[in-house]
Write a protein of this length. Structure first.
Length: 172
């Protein structure tokens, strides 16, 4: 279950909240770094021991998927995503080169077999492929594709902390 914690930025006070990461309680403090001119996330164990300090990195907004098709002969799904700014924005808004591998999260698809986190290969700026060894079934509803940046992945193996849309999203 995802816990969503709204974040009100302040370089005067230190916002603080509790989170359960990898099954243990932790305290998160968001501090402003004057030299770097940015916010940092400070994670402390329940006993007050410092765990990690990392910069606050915002995940980009999700993109709509225009089309997705499954190729049963090679076991891949090809996905075409919409550019930022709508359906008619030129392709110049994205700089992803062919051959780039990016971890994307697909959600909102029907059937649910399309939903999940995948290691994807870009074949064009707005087109990528992802492995899917079994036939996911006919596509009924086309969802969204997101690039979720987990800020705590270097320390915590089972939990994720993503910042987007002005809030922290914490998964156990």
């Amino acid at each position: 279950m995802t816990t969503i914690i709204p974040f009100l930025p302040s370089n005067v006070t230190t916002p603080e909240f509790s989170a359960r990461l990898d099954g243990e309680d932790h305290t998160i403090r968001v501090t402003w770094n004057v030299a770097a001119q940015r916010f940092y996330i400070n994670v402390y164990a329940a006993d007050g021991t410092w765990v990690i300090t990392i910069p606050l990195i915002s995940s980009p907004p999700a993109r709509s998927v225009l089309y997705a098709s499954y190729d049963p002969f090679i076991g891949i799904v090809t996905v075409d995503m919409a550019p930022y700014g709508g359906w008619t924005t030129p392709y110049a808004d994205i700089a992803t080169k062919p051959g780039t591998i990016i971890h994307y999260t697909l959600d909102g698809f029907q059937p649910n077999t399309y939903n999940g986190r995948y290691r994807c290969l870009h074949i064009q700026p707005l087109r990528f492929t992802l492995p899917m060894p079994r036939d996911p079934g006919p596509l009924v509803v086309v969802g969204h594709v997101s690039r979720l940046l987990n800020m705590i992945q270097s320390v915590f193996t089972r939990s994720t902390m993503v910042y987007r849309n002005g809030a922290f999203e914490i998964n156990p």
